[in-house]
Design a binder for this molecule. Structure first.
Ligand SMILES: Cc1ncc(COP(=O)(O)O)c(C=O)c1O
Length: 393
């Protein structure tokens, strides 16, 4: 006799649980519905200019015009994507003439992280990925969905607005040989607190001594101090160690967000083995990455004039962020650390209640953990922002 089955049991998706919605997307809706003229959006993590726009960069527009004019075919590329794009981007990331790890194009930094996670999971499913707290909220899910175990280590102390380096090293005592250490290359999201060169060096020694493999997430090169300086920590680490992974995003420094442009590089003694597995995994994940943004990035990087214009616009974006950082730091003692931190984000020492109150009473929107996108401010809005904030600091 057939067992009685409920309708719910027969339905293929009935065992799924509802997932929490993306909090930042919810914030966009609330911000749009807010009719107050002085409202300030510090939530979503995209660059904004003085007029609140997230523009298509000049060099990117010119590259797109060129692509439209000259592209003769949209026939398939391979799973590796646009090889020339990967070569030119490697120069930006690792420096001209430097040894290049094995690399392929990926759909954004997220695709690079996921591909790296799948590669590690395939080879070392028992490795643990160590992730500092706090971090970009997508880091842990990317590794977990690839089947990897994750653990956290201390990274940033909100009360003192500083990296808790001793806490980090102490927590990493529990890491075992072959474990992976996820690091932000520059412009740490959400804190803006970057490792200094002595700390990079110490982490390199720790990884060498304990056989830990760094996985560097470089999503904001050029938005911290300068293109070269922002890659220095990562480059130093690659010089010290036989194995490392680098997930790169062009979505911020080329303003290409929705085009999904990135690359994964892997430094390894087994380069051919790694490369063939990266390609096989990419093939099953997305077959081949989207072309448009990478093709445009290639056109910008291979044309001296366009490349120079891209660098100068990136310099201007960074200068705007760092000027706002200086002004914020000078405006309140509890914001002082923001002046030395880098990138688009800062983590304010606010309770969730204070974050709600700032939204409700002042029309100031930020992520629930107190992360602000500094580029959402202007020199004109900083005084009102700091005045509203002051009573909660
Ligand atoms: C630290 C970090 N890594 C990776 C990414 C992903 O970038 P992409 O949009 O290229 O996938 C982001 C995006 O916000 C990020 O903040």
């Amino acid at each position: 006799m057939l067992m009685q089955e409920s309708v719910a049991d027969r339905e293929i998706f009935s065992r799924l649980a509802i997932q929490p919605p993306d909090a930042l997307l919810g914030l966009i809706g609330l911000y749009r519905a807010d009719r107050r003229p002085g409202k300030i959006d510090l939530g979503v993590g995209v660059f904004r200019d003085d007029a609140g726009r997230t523009p298509v960069m000049r060099a990117v527009k010119a590259g797109e015009a060129k692509l439209l004019r000259d592209q003769e075919s949209k026939s398939y590329l391979g799973a590796e994507g646009d090889i020339r794009f990967v070569e030119l981007l490697a120069e930006v990331a690792f420096g001209a003439g430097a040894d290049r790890p094995v690399g392929i194009q990926t759909p954004g930094g997220t695709g690079a992280l996921r591909l790296g996670a799948e590669l590690i999971a395939r080879s070392r499913p028992d490795a643990t990925v160590w992730i500092g707290t706090p971090t970009w909220p997508n880091h842990a899910p990317i590794f977990r969905e690839a089947g990897m175990m994750t653990r956290t280590h201390r990274f940033y102390d909100v009360a003192s607005a500083a990296i808790d380096f001793d806490g980090m090293i102490e927590d990493l005592r529990e890491a075992k040989a072959g474990d992976v250490l996820l690091l932000h290359g520059c412009c740490h999201n959400p804190t803006g607190a970057d490792l200094n060169s002595a700390q990079w060096q110490e982490i390199g020694l720790l990884c060498a001594r304990r056989a830990l493999v760094p996985f560097i997430d470089l999503a904001y090169q050029g938005l911290g101090d300068a293109l070269e300086a922002d890659a220095a920590g990562m480059r130093g680490l690659l010089d010290m160690l036989p194995e490392a992974l680098v997930a790169y995003s062009c979505d911020k420094n080329f303003g290409l967000y929705r085009e999904r442009v990135g690359a994964l590089w892997v430094q390894s003694g087994a380069a051919e083995l790694v490369r063939s597995n990266m390609l096989a995994l990419a093939r099953s994940l997305w077959s081949m990455p989207p072309d448009h943004g990478a093709a445009v990035t290639r056109l910008v990087l291979e044309d001296d004039a366009l490349r120079a214009d891209w660098v100068s616009e990136l310099d201007a974006m960074r200068a705007r962020i760092n000027e706002l950082r200086s002004v914020l730091a000078a405006s309140h003692p509890r914001l002082a650390a923001i002046g030395d931190q880098r990138g688009m984000f800062a983590l304010l020492p606010l309770t969730p209640e204070a974050v709600d109150a700032l939204r409700r009473d002042h029309g100031i929107y930020m992520a629930g953990n107190g992360r602000i996108n500094i580029a959402g401010l202007t020199l004109e809005t900083v005084p009102a922002f700091v005045a509203a904030l002051a009573s909660y600091l």
